[in-house]
Write a protein that binds this ligand. Structure first.
Ligand SMILES: *Cc1c(COP(=O)(O)O)cnc(C)c1O
Length: 362
């Protein structure tokens, strides 16, 4: 699914230079590298500011807390996402409410969110699942209609665009993860909040550093969620490559969309425009999912399940509220979904061999 050692030698050389630069600087946390990375990442996202934090989960928690969301407040998100999305809402002190997905995309369903909203709903966390950004006009209209801020979980959607605008810049804040497997990954944990709102950016800077607004002056019970110089320097080096890697992911996604043709293997909706989907994951749907996984494994092809349980079935989410009509599409998706290899180091022959292995499933 991922082999980090396959990245180009030229990039490995640039990474070593970046690491040496940090070691020689004697600055290890929240320094010049973090500042440079924040500026460049905000530029990529088309927001005025980016705030580097320790990981993607913290980026979501900090975005919510910067909006003053906490105890007694409800936050609607999807039943089909990484556990971190919901854990971030719980850690902010708010109550998560889970909406169902659109079965053709796997992404949260607008009508289901309407059923989840109450007078206590203080934010909607929209996850651009698998790297697919779509229907933004509907999400913005819903956010305006209810006056509920939209927070984007962009952990899977680096560089995805909708009508030319980058993900992370539609909502009041966008949360990114740079976990190693993400489309832009560090050599460890890292994350960022992007926003064009001065208050949110200022709050996020305070919250990531023990809630201090100046040295040893603490105005809130913040987190220790600072970004390391080493990770920021590595991210800066890798940013020079991420556009090329993303184009490769898009080509692989389009290749699979064209060549997968097994009657029992369903595809999710293709993006309306290539810029909408950066294929963090390529997911197929199959009623005999576990058999398909074994069939591929016997041919030396790895696959994985994102995610095997909708969040309300996680033991840690007992009693969590869902759409009052239930989340049947998320439940079905969890039983059918299989992620197949999709990363920039695959060549066309690799992609073709995965496709023909799937098409040969009996
Ligand atoms: C990876 C991921 C996160 C969490 O990011 P971390 O950096 O691992 O904390 C949150 N949401 C989604 C959708 C993710 O894929």
């Amino acid at each position: 699914m991922n082999d980090f050692c396959l990245r180009p030698d030229a990039l490995k050389t640039e990474e070593k230079i970046a690491v040496a630069r940090v070691l020689d600087s004697g600055n290890y946390v929240l320094g010049a590298e973090v500042g440079a990375f924040e500026d460049r990442w905000a530029g990529v996202c088309g927001t005025r500011m980016a705030v580097g934090v320790a990981n993607g989960m913290d980026a979501i928690e900090i975005s919510l807390r910067a909006l003053d969301i906490g105890r007694g407040d409800e936050v609607v998100t999807t039943a089909m996402t990484a556990f971190a999305t919901v854990l971030a809402i719980m850690r902010a002190g708010a109550t998560p409410v889970l909406a169902d997905i659109n079965p053709t995309t796997g992404i949260m369903d607008v009508q289901s969110v309407r059923r989840c909203v109450t007078s206590r709903t203080k934010a909607i966390v929209l996850v651009h699942l698998y790297g697919h950004v779509r229907d933004m006009e509907h999400w913005l209209a819903l956010s305006n209609e209810y006056s509920i801020p939209l927070v984007e979980d962009c952990a899977q959607s680096h560089l995805a665009r909708f009508e030319g605008q980058s993900c992370g810049s539609f909502g009041v804040a966008g949360a990114f993860s740079f976990y190693p497997t993400k489309n832009l990954g560090a050599a460890g944990d890292a994350g960022a909040v992007v926003t064009s709102d001065d208050v949110i950016a200022k709050q996020a800077r305070v919250l990531r550093d023990y809630g201090q607004d100046g040295k040893y002056h603490h105005v809130s019970s913040g987190l220790n969620s600072r970004l390391d110089e080493l990770q920021a320097a590595l991210l800066l080096a890798r940013m020079d490559w991420v556009e090329e890697f993303t184009e490769r992911r898009k080509d692989i996604g389009a290749h699979y969309q064209r060549s997968l043709s097994h009657p029992e293997v369903g595809l999710l909706a293709a993006p309306a425009a290539p810029e909408n989907h950066v294929y963090h994951l390529f997911v197929v749907l199959c009623a005999r999912r576990d058999e398909l996984c074994r069939h591929l494994s016997a041919r030396g092809i790895q696959s994985a399940v994102h995610y095997p349980l909708p969040l309300h079935k996680q033991p840690a989410c007992g009693g969590i509220r869902c759409d009052p009509s239930g989340v049947p599409n998320a439940e079905r998706h969890a039983n059918y979904c299989l992620s197949i290899p999709c990363h920039p180091d695959l060549d066309d022959a690799d992609v073709e061999s995965v496709a023909s292995a799937i098409n040969g499933f009996v």
